[in-house]
Design a protein around this ligand. Sequence first.
Ligand code: SAM
Length: 366
Amino acid sequence: MQKLIDKAKIEHTLSKSEIIAILKDNSINDYLFKTADEIRKNYTGDEVYLRALIEFSNICRCDCKYCGIRRDNKNVSRYRLEKDEILKLADFAVQSGYKTIVLQSGEDMFFSAEYLAEIIKEIKQNDVAVTLSIGERTFEEYKILKDAGADRFLLRIETTDENLYGQMHPQMSLANRKQCLFNLKKLGYETGTGSLVGLPGQTLESLADDILFYKELDADMIGIGPLIVHPETPLKDEKNGDLILAIKVLALTRLLLPDINIPATTAMETLHREGRIWALKAGANVIMPNVTFENCKKNYEIYPNKVSVDYESLKTDLAKIGRTISSKKGFRGNPDNSGRFNSSPAGRGKLTRCKNTEKEYDSFGS
Ligand code: SAM
């Protein structure tokens, strides 16, 4: 098995059966993680890129079986930030030194491409990269957003198993999800995808297919999240995903796509206090602190007990493993040197505004 990992370290390829063999064999985990960490160091260095996450709407037309903000969860207090609130959060992130702003939401069609384009253009007045994570849109809409200045787009494939995809995502299709990703690539976005590890009925074979799909797409970013069961979803009686398996998928992804950006996801730390650090020591090089208004964060509950990043302890934890916080935008394979990170983004006072728009949700949310 070590030979397989050594081969992947040099050639950055593995067959489906080789990936499955590594996923099955837990005696090889330390070697796998150590090798992925070496590749991360060689290709992306010791700097960790921070991306400021703004969760600007929890209104969603989708009904994904695992997701706490799914359309049919009537116990969610829905909100939708206004343009000036989003810009205020973006400004806070810029002033704090973040070089990437991530705008994430449910699939809230109130935010037309044209309206989002206005917001992107304003944020892009600053020297920052903008990443979108707003779900499925048409090629034309993605183009409007790209033309407005958006740099990156995150859209997880979640699973490449067509049956499982259909079961988990009512009224959605794997084919359309893939088409969206290829459209994003074609439009020149740095394109991010990834999987949920631990969906009920998911097999190691399908996880191997997921990894090969990332390679086929030539994804620029991969976010792997262990499933965390939300009590107000149809998956409430299922088990959480296996954190170590999720980190193995991350490490294998690093072997096959050596120069991409890979976050240590919040879901990993939510499952285990050390989860984020383990991921950073197994191939990850990105962290996405949440800068959303405090009272909105709690309503963007895709899964329970989501942890947040404390800047000072993050810096200390990173130093312990020989890593530093980057002041660059951190594009794939093309680091830039602009900007400096302020000493304490968290120390600028808390932002607490958030408008509750339950009424509007009744008319726009489905
Ligand atoms: N609507 C956008 C989209 O579909 O890409 C972005 C928002 S969506 C809530 C962001 C991600 O949350 C999804 O890609 C999914 O993998 C993750 N997620 C949702 N529910 C989850 C859960 N219960 N456990 C772990 N991750 C979850």
